[in-house]
Design a binder for this molecule. Structure first.
Ligand SMILES: [Fe+2]
Length: 198
């Protein structure tokens, strides 16, 4: 079935329920909710954020051998860590499955799924929102969550992502930062309210 409307979030729920444990599905729901909150604060497309958040871990419980097979079949470049732990492929393989099985054509949503774990070059705002929502959904470790949200509220999406990825300051590894995310102009220069993200 091909579904093109990003508004049709509910249409994807049955597929997710079939392919994820209850626990993982609930995590995806929380990420979706958190993605909408962050999107609101930074004037990013809320419906895309809602869908990207819901779908981000769609391949998380696929058998490692199948993740590996799909990655090879689709020419995904493998890192040594992927070969040792094929579960790590769930982000890139997830984007393939979203495209091929769920009919998602929106490249922002596909790239949000692809980069939600480690970031990637030229991340879109939707991709940054999704990564941040995954790391700050309400059941994540409170101290880590607070650290990332503080960074997000003070420095914006890009700084929030750098913090979430464990990059302590902007100048510590400029080469890495250049390849992880292309600098963006923050649409909303004001720090978002703590209440909205609490
Ligand atoms: Fe996740």
């Amino acid at each position: 079935m091909k579904i093109h409307s990003v508004q049709a979030v509910d249409s994807y729920r049955p597929w997710l329920k079939d392919h994820l444990s209850h626990k993982r599905y609930n995590h995806c729901k929380r990420v979706s909710k958190q993605a909408v909150k962050i999107a609101k604060e930074f004037v990013v497309d809320e419906e895309k954020a809602r869908l990207a958040g819901l779908l981000h871990d769609l391949a998380k419980e696929i058998h490692p051998a199948d993740l590996y097979r799909i990655a090879i079949k689709n020419g995904i470049p493998l890192e040594a860590a992927d070969v040792r732990h094929p579960k790590k492929l769930h982000d890139r393989v997830g984007a393939i499955i979203a495209r091929d099985e769920l009919g998602i054509e929106d490249e922002e949503i596909l790239s949000a799924i692809r980069t939600h774990r480690k970031g990637g070059p030229n991340m879109s705002e939707i991709a940054m929102v999704t990564l941040l929502a995954d790391k700050t959904e309400r059941k994540r470790d409170k101290a880590q969550r607070r650290k990332i949200l503080d960074s997000l509220m003070v420095g914006g999406l890009r700084q929030g992502v750098l913090t979430a990825l464990g990059i302590k300051n902007k100048t510590s590894n400029p080469e890495l930062i250049k390849t992880i995310i292309h600098p963006i102009v923050e649409i909303n220069q004001e720090a978002p309210s703590k209440l909205m993200l609490a």
